[in-house]
Design a protein around this ligand. Structure first.
Ligand code: NDP
Ligand code: KPL
Length: 305
């Protein structure tokens, strides 16, 4: 199979801008397509997008106008936009296209696998970045990394093709021992940190110092450990410690994506976090009071939009 030469990015939010910037910097504008429907593409061309105060020179492409498949297609929409994004890009997935999803939660890879076939999907977790989008301006730093892998027992050829590409462009990635467990571990992070920041309407600073927001974040994370274990996923207190340490080292004025949703009165990804945990907890008869409370708070906030 030929090396990866063309990349498509769909979803030009905090992470889409981050990855479009990195790929465009490494490959040049012609080989990196920022894909969208015609309405969004026209807006991007007209209004421009900034990353760390630099106007982005992106190759905006109305996906419907392109016929040739891309080698790598990265989904960077929020969960509510995933189905539409799949439809927008369906014709750009050829026999050799690799698909990556930077979405949080534990289901986007399975949705892509259903839509295009599991042999296209390299599983992925976007981590350790601080990226914030206000209007059409993104501030980003640190830029974080992608954890990538394929489920145990699957042919790793597509993963090797991807990591050869990442190596060639000096792109930051890690290979966790079990990518499914790693997705769950990141779910633990987001269930604590994203929901607490949205509900307490705070940046990382309040999550980093002792107090109710931090205790709530850690309480929600511990409930994910209990539910994960019931599902046969071996998370432990060590996962809580690891993610709290990562959050403690992010810029204190940074904000998780869900806090940005709350601020902008957008529907959040709560169903990916406490929504998922509550459903699985109910199945196993496990109490998850912190997640119940966070879920209710988010519902109330969103009803008031
Ligand atoms: N932000 C972060 O630091 C991190 C985010 N994540 C995860 O990554 C995913 C993306 O998050 P984030 O970048 O913050 O999200 P944003 O809300 O900043 O951006 C999502 C973008 O997707 C666009 N979009 C939605 N539907 C479509 C569509 N059908 N076609 C093209 N574009 C579309 C939106 O455009 P429009 O505004 O026009 O609707 C928006 O610009 C989420 O699942 C999040 O949980 C993971 C790790 C870190
Ligand atoms: C916690 C964080 C920032 C991970 O880098 C994240 O996943 C998010 O903002 O959704």
């Amino acid at each position: 199979m030929r090396p990866i030469q063309t990349v498509g990015v769909i979803g030009l939010g905090s992470l889409g801008v981050l990855y479009a910037t990195l790929f465009t910097g490494a490959l040049g504008k012609d080989r990196v397509l920022v894909l969208a429907d015609s309405r969004r593409t026209a807006r991007y061309r007209e209004e421009g997008v900034w990353c760390n105060d630099q106007l982005c020179d992106f190759n905006y492409v109305d996906a419907a106008s392109r016929t040739e498949p891309v080698d790598l297609l990265l989904f960077a929409v929020k969960f509510g936009g995933l189905r539409d994004a799949i439809q927008t890009c369906r014709h750009l997935v050829g026999p050799d296209t690799i698909l990556l999803s930077v979405l949080n939660g534990i289901v986007s890879e399975e949705i892509l696998a259903e839509a295009f076939g599991p042999e296209h999907v390299v599983w992925c977790v976007a981590e350790k970045m601080a990226a914030k989008k206000e209007g059409n301006r993104v501030t980003c730093g640190p830029w974080g990394e992608l954890a990538v892998g394929v489920p145990a027992g699957e042919d790793p050829a597509r993963l090797h093709r991807l990591t050869a590409f990442f190596d060639a462009i000096h792109f930051s990635y890690v290979l966790p021992p079990d990518i499914r467990i790693h997705l769950w571990s990141k779910l633990l992070c987001n269930t604590g940190c994203n929901q607490a920041a949205m509900v307490f309407q705070c940046d990382y600073s309040l999550l980093q110092r002792p107090g109710t927001p931090r205790d709530t974040m850690i309480g929600a994370m511990r409930e994910v450990v209990a539910v994960a274990n019931a599902e046969g996923v071996p998370l432990s207190e060590q996962d809580v410690t690891t993610w709290v340490d990562i959050i403690d080292h992010l810029p204190s004025d940074g904000e998780p994506s869900m806090r940005q949703d709350g601020k902008n009165r957008r529907k959040s990804e709560v169903e990916l976090f406490s929504g998922t945990i509550r459903r699985l907890a109910a199945k196993h008869g496990i109490p998850v009071p912190v997640n119940d409370w966070l879920y209710e708070q988010v519902q109330e906030m969103e009803r008031a939009y």
